[in-house]
Design a protein around this ligand. Structure first.
Ligand SMILES: [Zn+2]
Length: 114
């Protein structure tokens, strides 16, 4: 479902630009992923290995910027907090206030895990 709000406008973006955005967030969050990959993934939006490799679905390139941001912050946060507990949620609030609304607006996100 397409959202019409300005912040959610879908802009064309290359894989390299998306990776640069991920690296920018990693610096902000002071996490150091061993490797950042953007690849074909159909069951998940993103995943992270115990060794610190983060992978993002190339499908995110077609998603609204707000949801991309949510996916990036969510996955990078797993380098600090491996689960979705209380600490995870409070850090999400610190890095990306309003993330719950982003998730709610992106109705289909529930079909894939992060
Ligand atoms: Zn997660």
């Amino acid at each position: 479902m397409k959202n019409t709000s300005r912040d959610n406008a879908v802009k064309l973006q290359t894989k390299e630009q998306f990776k640069a955005e991920i690296a920018r967030w990693a610096a902000i969050m002071k996490v150091k992923p061993v490797q950042i990959r953007v690849q074909r993934m159909t069951k998940k939006w993103a995943s992270c290995s115990s060794k610190g490799r983060v992978s993002f679905s190339a499908d995110l390139l077609q998603e609204p910027r707000a949801f991309q941001k949510y996916a990036i912050v969510h996955e990078l946060l797993h380098l600090q907090v491996p689960n979705h507990g209380k600490l995870f949620k409070s850090l999400m609030n610190a890095y990306l206030p309003g993330w719950e609304a982003i998730l709610e607006e992106r109705n289909g996100s529930a079909t894939r895990s992060l």
